[in-house]
Design a binder for this molecule. Structure first.
Ligand code: ZN
Length: 685
């Protein structure tokens, strides 16, 4: 049987076409296919190295662009199935093959013959005459090889590989320590009276959770669905304090202590950066992003922080005043675990708005229809169901997308409901990147997944407004792929700089706040009525509540991230936890406890070799772009086809075929400004 699986004809992963046979794939296919595709990828690269003809675009970069395509598609398909239909066998085999695949990719820039061949092409007249996407591909590939160590001596390459291995080991331990310390914490409350204020549903869940663990009373953990309601609603300040402190001190002591790992990770990242000729880790990571350097990212974060500082202080004062009004002049100063609790009370007092009132207006089918209609009106594309494509679960839908002349440009899947075997969250993925050459284009294949509220007996699936925003967001990423018209495979769709990739997705969320757009798809599931004006007005008013505090929190994380990866020097700055606490205090809405140690569970920065490290600012950076770009739609019409067309031609169609700032400026006629974000956040001076 295993011998049979080595035969390509019987292993569907070895010959994937456009119609992927999801149902025929089994965990047993994975390892033999990946090993075979690794070998094919290696052969393709060797073929570039051993080519005897003079170096040309076609026999160097052209081949490099597709050398590992089969491996990438197969790994994406397997990773995708592991996300949506996991099983212990699949997870096992996926985790087993991954290190070898990453090691293979990391080894490519370190191959001296390949590097020689690329550099000699770079010196030819053909290379000098390249323009546009091909010129960019050449330039970026040479830069990327250098950044990944191509120019280092053999001992330096060996040191670089050792650093990478150690970083990957330390960061995965960091992540596991957070998971483990989450799992070991529980708070059991015996007296129901202590839970006064908690909504009945949250109380019920805590009760059932205790029972499921063979215990009496109510059980709380550090998982968000358990902890957030407690911090937001529970009247008992001592309980809030206990859970809050447990959360802030995760993974700080005992066998799951992360602080020693943080110090080592920062040290290795710094060594890696200097080995590669960069001042610090931020400059290394940001070299191919829009920000380009840590200094630019830092100025951006400082600028926004300065603009938030007065409104942030005002919100602090207002919350304290609210508490004094509620509890009399002797009420104490707000503590960290009081902030969420009193701000929820203040929100209710100010806005009388319960976002659940919107749910009946968002039946899933209508929202999905609204997505497709938005794409039709803005970009002239037509979406139709495709019943031929194989799928991985009965909940999955498949569609085709056609351009205005009726040519099929993409197919995609949607998978919207939670399942035991599916991971949390929402995401978009690209299965096949279509490439466009003059006169011939191949079709893209992508997908979007989410976990929205499923249908209840007698009711359709009704979404919260947040879930609607999520679907628009992921559909924006999908459009970036589906509308892509790029000749170089590595430049297709969402293969763009990390601080640019959220522009197409986040901009779509704006339509969920526009009356004209909501009128089109937000209809009561029973009456077909649009959202009443009064409810719409409440929703708009509550939108920017305590926005300066929320923004300051994000900017605090971004500042801390850059401080750790640019400025921090152990000999000068001392213990990393104390250093991080000093930075974080400037952005906190109340005094931080002496043992506050949030960075010990800051997985964005420390649970993978790069991840969001030195890149946390990207969240706000992308918001600046989307808020600013949307002003053009707002000004010229949210369904203005001409503006849609301009956005498509400058951004959605182009992938990474040009510098993102150039694409952005092409659309807006100028570089981005921070004003629109401040305006949207209700913080404009
Ligand atoms: Zn996104």
């Amino acid at each position: 049987m295993l011998d049979d699986l080595q035969d390509g004809a019987l292993n569907p992963l070895l010959n994937l076409g456009f119609n992927i046979p999801f149902e025929a794939l089994s965990p047993a296919h994975v390892e033999p296919a990946v090993l075979a595709l690794l070998a094919r990828g290696r052969q393709n690269i060797e073929a570039i190295e051993t080519e005897t003809a003079p170096a040309t675009y076609a026999n160097t970069l052209g081949r490099l662009d597709s050398a590992t395509a089969e491996l990438e598609v197969a790994m994406t398909v397997v990773g995708h199935l592991e996300s949506v239909m996991t099983s212990p066998e699949l997870r096992d085999v996926y985790n087993r093959v991954r290190p070898e695949v990453s090691a293979f990719y990391a080894s490519i820039p370190l191959r001296p013959l390949l590097w020689q061949r690329l550099k000699s092409f770079g010196l030819t007249a053909e290379a000098a005459a390249l323009t546009g996407p091909r010129a960019r591909f050449l330039h970026k590939t040479l830069e990327q090889f250098r950044r990944e160590g191509a120019d280092l001596s053999l001992p330096q390459k060996q040191r670089l590989e050792a650093i990478s291995r150690e970083l990957s080991e330390l960061t995965s331990r960091f992540g596991q320590n957070v998971v483990a310390s989450n799992a070991t914490y529980e708070l059991l409350v015996q007296e129901e009276a202590r839970l006064a204020g908690l909504p009945p549903a949250a109380k019920q869940r805590a009760r059932e959770d205790a029972k499921a663990h063979g215990q009496e009373g109510y059980r709380f953990t550090l998982q968000a669905p358990s902890m957030i309601p407690l911090l937001t609603y529970c009247d008992d300040a001592a309980l809030r304090r206990e859970v809050y402190m447990a959360s802030e001190c995760r993974a700080t002591s005992g066998e799951h202590a992360n602080p020693p790992l943080i110090a080592k990770i920062l040290e290795l990242r710094h060594e890696q950066a200097t080995l590669l000729g960069f001042k610090d880790f931020a400059d290394l990571v940001l070299a191919d992003r829009m920000a380009k350097t840590g200094e630019v990212a830092r100025r951006f974060v400082d600028d926004l922080s300065a603009r938030c500082s007065v409104p942030f202080q005002n919100e602090r004062q207002a919350l304290l005043a609210f508490r004094l009004e509620l509890e009399g002049p002797n009420a104490p100063e707000l503590e960290r675990w009081d902030v969420g609790y009193y701000s929820e009370k203040q929100r209710q007092a100010l806005y009388d708005f319960d976002s659940e009132q919107l749910r009946p207006y968002f039946p899933l089918d209508r929202v999905v229809g609204g997505l497709f209609e938005t794409a039709r009106r803005l970009y002239g594309v037509d979406v139709r169901p495709n019943d031929e494509l194989g799928r991985w679960h009965p909940d999955v839908r498949a569609y085709d997308m056609f351009d205005e002349s009726g040519v099929k440009i993409a197919s995609f899947y949607t998978d919207f409901f939670p399942r035991e075997s599916k991971r949390d969250g929402a995401w978009m993925n690209c299965l096949i990147s279509g490439v466009s050459a003059p006169g011939a284009s191949s079709v893209h294949l992508g997908l979007i997944c989410a976990n929205v509220t499923p249908a209840a007996p007698g009711l359709p699936s009704l979404l919260s407004h947040g879930e609607v925003e999520t679907l628009f967001h992921e559909f924006g990423h999908l459009l970036h792929l589906c509308l892509s018209k790029v000749e170089v495979r590595h430049q297709v769709g969402t293969n763009v700089a990390w601080d640019f990739v959220e522009l197409p997705s986040q901009i779509m969320e704006n339509w969920c706040w526009e009356k004209e757009a909501l009128a089109q798809f937000a209809r009561h599931h029973e009456t077909g009525e649009p959202i009443p004006d009064e409810l719409f007005a409440k929703m708009q008013r509550a939108r920017t509540y305590r926005e300066a505090t929320a923004m300051t929190r994000q900017l605090g994380f971004a500042t801390l991230d850059l401080a750790l990866h640019v400025e921090y020097q152990p000999a000068r700055d001392g213990d990393v936890l104390a250093y991080a606490r000093r930075v974080a205090q400037r952005f906190a809405p109340a005094k931080l406890a002496e043992n506050h140690a949030m960075i010990a569970s800051f997985t964005h920065l420390f649970s993978s070799s790069v991840g969001y490290a030195a890149g946390y600012y990207s969240y706000k950076w992308a918001e600046v772009l989307d808020a600013d770009a949307f002003t053009r739609f707002k000004r010229e019409g949210v369904y203005n086809r001409k503006v849609g067309e301009a956005f498509r031609r400058s951004v959605l169609e182009r992938g990474d075929s040009a510098d993102p700032m150039e694409l952005y400026t092409q659309f807006m006629g100028r570089e981005p400004s921070l004003d629109a974000l401040m305006q949207r956040a209700g913080l404009a001076a």
